[in-house]
Design a binder for this molecule. Structure first.
Ligand code: NAD
Length: 488
């Protein structure tokens, strides 16, 4: 087994089954967030690379769709096995690309990608249409057909996972994909492409092209593209959704959030604190579904803050490649500046800084885990997505009040509740205006469970059987069993 991969890939793009380079594209430096050093230099895709990827995908898709689902699934399942075998080097690469601790990447990135490949590989052979009996012995049937060429566009927080969550259902349904990773973390998707091809994926079906928004826009606007799946922020989602609408394309939009986490007086304190930590500080807070508005019922507020502060003191912040490190840097210089701006604003608007708030005195983009208490609904940190390690604790008295405030947001990605009262737990989640909810837990994302948001947080769902609906379409066929009559 390879111990680690070189951070400089063979070439910037993976098109039609092979690495390709075009040095005419603008250089793209990849920075290791733990040190600020450049660890690779790639090139953005030129129009020639974009064209090569789209035409390869268009050609390859027809033959792929003509295979049985079982044949397609076998390749995806083989790729899942290869990803698991190579979990160590893939996780090291993911850590270098994103700065997330190896302790996380070794259990949440390639492993989650492998789960998606295995799950959708298993489903592929079972994808069917239905038989519909009609009057007079006539009948209809539906054929489940692929959409064609799909474009996937990724965010920088979970590069391997995002590539696999999009590629696995797309390929299972008989589509081809052109994937554009985030320009901040372009490395891992190339490894996903390599592995899929080693597992037997025919050339052209999963292509990776690098670049920033302009490359993404060129892909979305191409008339050969039938579907666009974006993971990114709401402002980007608006642009991509509008561009896709021009061509009446299918979309999946996995966008940002400002999710509520409700902690009632009767909650198990340690579990609730664990939920708040997982929902705010995993991946240094760079998780879309984070429960960043932590509503704590007043009876448990002081014990909650005490327990939380004590637990945060035991965070191991440091070199993300060290196995004991469990809190790493933010992804980029730009991101740490954005988050620092929110911290300054919170202080200015009167929130009480309980812990953290400062940069660490070391290289790289390290910011302390930060908690604000006495946050009110109108404060900027209670309204806007921060995407960093900043928790806002808000007080509440009654369930009714907490529910109204929890839902008073334009986002609707996730929501969670901690309580020992089961009836209340189910009543509360039924009332949440959010796509992905948790009871006495937070941020789990097993492939068997649908994931996605409502309101501004998105359209469509990833994972689970429901993702199939977003990568396939029905053709309906009416069959007459008796002679056909006409008025003349
Ligand atoms: P971003 O919106 O800046 O970029 C996302 C991707 O879109 C990048 O690959 C970018 O190059 C591309 N892009 C930008 N402009 C484009 C355009 N006009 N046309 C086509 N593509 C374009 O997001 P980010 O900063 O990389 O990621 C953070 C955001 O992603 C946060 O808002 C976070 O909540 C969200 N996110 C959501 C989920 C989810 O599943 N709901 C998961 C992870 C991250």
């Amino acid at each position: 087994m390879t111990d680690t991969y070189p951070t400089q890939p063979e070439a910037s793009h993976f098109v039609n089954g092979a690495y390709v380079e075009d040095t005419a594209g603008a250089p793209l430096d990849v920075i290791y967030p733990a040190t600020g050093e450049v660890i690779a230099t790639l090139h953005e895709a030129t129009p020639a690379i974009v064209e090569a990827a789209l035409s390869a995908a268009e050609v390859a898709q027809k033959a792929w769709a003509a295979l049985t689902g079982t044949e397609r699934g076998r390749i995806l399942r083989r790729a899942a096995d290869l990803m698991r075998e190579r979990n160590h080097p893939l996780s090291v690469l993911e850590t270098r690309d994103t700065g997330k601790p190896y302790q996380e990447t070794s259990v949440a990135d390639a492993t989650s990608g492998a789960d998606a490949l295995e799950y959708f590989g298993g489903l592929a052979g079972a994808l069917t249409g239905e038989h519909i009996p009609l009057a007079g012995g006539d009948w209809a049937y539906t054929r489940r057909e692929p959409l064609g060429v799909c474009v996937g566009i990724g965010a920088w927080n979970y590069p391997t996972q995002i590539a696999c969550w999009k590629a696995a259902p797309a390929l299972a349904c008989g589509n081809a994909m052109v994937f554009k990773p985030s320009e901040t973390t372009p490395l891992s998707a190339l490894k996903v492409a390599e592995i899929l091809h080693e597992a037997g994926l025919p050339p052209g079906l999963f292509n990776v092209v690098q670049g920033a928004g302009a490359v993404g826009a060129a892909l979305v606007g191409d008339p050969r593209v039938a579907k666009v799946s974006l993971t990114g922020s709401v402002p980007t989602g608006r642009k991509v959704y509008a561009a896709a609408a021009e061509g009446i394309k299918n979309v999946t939009m996995e966008l940002g959030g400002k999710s509520p986490l409700l902690i009632f007086d009767d909650a198990d304190l340690d579990s609730a604190v664990s939920g708040a930590i997982l929902g705010n500080f995993y991946s240094s807070g760079q998780v879309c579904s984070n429960g960043t508005r932590v509503f704590v019922q007043t009876g448990i507020k002081e014990p909650f803050l005490e327990c939380l502060t004590a637990r945060l003191e035991s965070a191991v912040i440091g070199d993300p490649l060290e196995p004991e490190t469990n809190f790493g840097p933010l992804v980029s210089a730009r991101q740490i500046e954005i988050v620092e701006g929110y911290i300054a604003k919170a202080i200015e608007e009167g929130a009480r800084l309980v812990t953290g708030g400062k940069r660490l005195n070391r290289n790289g983009f390290y910011l302390e885990p930060t908690v604000f208490a006495d946050v009110t609904d109108d404060m900027t940190i209670a309204r806007e997505e921060i995407f960093g390690p900043v928790m806002a604790v808000l007080d509440f008295e009654t369930e009714e009040e907490a529910m109204a405030r929890a839902n008073a947001t334009e986002f609707g990605l996730a929501a969670g509740v901690f309580t020992r009262d089961l009836t209340r737990a189910h009543r509360v989640v039924a009332g949440f205006e959010a796509g992905t909810c948790y009871i006495n837990s937070y941020n789990d994302a097993p492939v068997e469970m649908p994931f996605g948001g409502s309101k501004l947080s998105g359209v469509g769902r990833e994972n689970a059987k429901t993702a199939i609906e977003h990568y396939s379409q029905f053709k309906a066929v009416h069959v007459r069993m008796s002679p056909l009559e006409a008025p003349f």
